[in-house]
Design a protein around this ligand. Structure first.
Ligand code: AMP
Length: 534
């Protein structure tokens, strides 16, 4: 017997329809790429997204065609998302921080037909445009007055382009499993891999994000997604905020501490989401002038492990810190570290210990831990294993790659090594390829890095395994000190002594001017291994 309920496909544009109907006047505020603060609302965003959809349709963009964006978080970029998806085309967010060669590779692999770009990235595109045969037109996300002179093919200012449409247009309808968006993961080795989100997965993922213990921002809240729209599906914020009527503040191109503070404070932001580097810059800025953020309630931090010092700084200000873990392949939400009832009374170090874990899985994310042979490991908070995940917003395959990426039970191997405890709290100890194996036992590079950055003079730290004749591998600590400071090897090792098992102590400490990062802000360990080999 089947249920007798309506068949209502879960389509992304239904979210902006809902926002425009129920939360029409709710503001979307942007620090525009051109400079001034710009204000619009969900009803206007929907109207203009429809014009874009109509213009794309007139251009001959059809179901399944890819349209790329290289853009900061702005209202125009948000309109592009809904306009592209609303006709069943695929919104391909490209990370402009990648090397130009990688950007070219990705656009060619996706065979994007149109590229929508901020003024900022026009010079990058001009350098590679000759190698992008699939691109028919470049749309620059600005108005006629700010349109740069450019050699890009059929370049047009977005405002002029959508002005050619009257907006008398209806979204297309199609199966909810139709592709809505794609995003390439910037693997540190091998070619980037295309993750393809469906309308259904995006809508369900926004429900995961809206969970009170996940992001959980409501219609009374104001959200500042510092996380870019081009990072891992914007962490779901582009769907979750309009679905809830949450007021949005978009930071544009300026993500430094002072600029983020100005928006958080001036726009009375209550929820904010971003990577640890962003919060580090914000806290440094606030510390210098002893600034406060009385309106900010919740900070979500993920993308890489959140240092304890950042957690403590927010916690001391009475701001709830939620450490989140996820990945592009998971849309990206995996876990969020809100305190469960059993832990809400915790104080001091015990509280920080719990907050420093990566949190637990919300409904619709299933997890298991296995050894290398695929045998399940216990959720005892101690035994590290390969972390595998399953759910309706998790990848089943990569774009144009034939490899089977799921195990026989349909779980995807995240490539992370972690422990889970009986409450489901996750602790990421490593990437499987970064793990250090000493005498057959695993040493967590993340734990060592977290400890090292706790030293007041250290700006950033990375730990890699170096081959060792007796132990297989031993840890090397690589340190970048804060500007104007100096630390010795002995000071570093003394600082760590007693806080970790003796056999975890790094064999040596190296000092570098700067630690290399990937385009998504993660430490580029492959480069460090290369630099320190031998
Ligand atoms: P990406 O697909 O670029 O978002 O990268 C996903 C990877 O980032 C994960 O597989 C983890 O290795 C790492 N990652 C994300 N969030 C965290 C976190 N909170 N703590 C530690 N590692 C994280």
């Amino acid at each position: 017997m089947l249920g007798l309920m309506q068949d209502w496909p879960l389509l992304c544009h239904r979210i902006i329809d809902h926002a425009a109907r129920i939360h029409a006047g709710r503001e979307v505020v942007t620090r525009s790429v051109e400079g001034p603060i710009h204000r619009t609302n969900y009803a206007e965003i929907r109207g203009r997204a429809l014009k874009l959809a109509q213009r794309l349709d007139r251009q001959g963009i059809r179901l399944g065609d890819r349209v790329a964006t290289l853009a900061w978080n702005t209202w125009r970029h948000l309109e592009a998302w809904y306009g592209i998806m609303g006709i069943g085309a695929v919104c391909h967010t490209v990370n402009p921080r990648l090397f130009p060669d990688q950007i070219a590779w990705i656009i060619n692999h996706a065979t994007d037909r149109i590229v929508m770009t901020d003024i900022t990235f026009v010079p990058i595109l001009e350098k590679i445009a000759g190698r992008l045969p699939s691109v028919e037109r470049y749309v620059v996300l600005t108005d006629g007055a700010h349109m740069p002179r450019t050699s890009l093919k059929n370049a047009v200012a977005y405002e002029d382009w959508i002005a050619e449409a009257d907006g008398d247009f209806a979204w297309k309808t199609f199966d909810e499993n139709t592709a809505a968006a794609m995003c390439y993961t910037s693997g540190t080795t091998g070619d980037p891999k295309g993750v393809v989100y469906s309308h259904r997965s995006n809508v369900l993922h926004s429900m995961i994000v809206n969970n009170a213990d996940a992001l959980g921002a409501g219609s009374k809240d104001t959200l500042l997604p510092v996380v870019p729209l081009f990072h891992a599906n914007s962490w779901g914020t582009a769907f979750s905020a309009p679905s809830m009527g949450t007021r949005l503040v978009m930071p544009g191109a300026r993500l430094d501490g002072a600029s983020v503070y100005e928006l958080l404070s001036g726009e009375k932001v209550t929820f904010a989401a971003g990577v640890p580097t962003v919060w580090l810059m914000l806290l440094q800025h606030m510390e210098t002038d002893n600034l406060k953020l009385p309106d900010l309630k919740v900070v979500i931090c993920g993308g890489s492990a959140m240092p304890r010092s950042i957690i403590k700084a927010f916690d001391d200000m009475g701001i709830e810190v939620r450490h989140a873990w996820g990945m592009t392949e998971m849309s990206p939400r995996g876990t969020v570290g809100a305190l469960q009832g059993a832990f809400s009374h915790l104080k001091g170090d015990a509280r920080l210990d719990r907050l420093q874990m990566q949190g637990y899985a919300p409904f619709m994310v299933e997890m298991k831990l296995t050894d290398d042979a695929g045998n399940e490991l216990p959720w005892d908070g101690k035994t590290p294993g390969r972390l595998k995940v399953r759910g309706p917003a998790i990848s089943a395959a990569y774009y144009r790659v034939d490899d089977d990426i799921l195990d026989e039970e349909g779980f995807f191997d995240t490539g992370d090594v972690a422990t889970l405890d009986s409450y489901g709290y996750l602790r990421i100890t490593d990437r499987s390829k970064d793990v250090i194996k000493s005498g057959g036992e695993w040493i967590s590079s993340i734990d060592l890095e977290n400890l090292a950055v706790g030293h007041p003079k250290v700006a950033e730290a990375a730990v890699i395994g170096l081959p060792h004749p007796k132990w297989g591998e031993r840890p090397l600590l690589i340190v970048q000190v804060k500007p104007g400071e100096s630390v010795t090897r002995e000071e570093m090792l003394d600082f760590m002594d007693g806080k970790i098992a003796k056999w975890w102590m790094p064999d040596d400490v190296a000092f570098v001017d700067s630690i290399p990062h990937t385009a998504t802000g993660k430490i580029l360990k492959a480069a460090l291994r290369e630099q320190f080999k031998g």
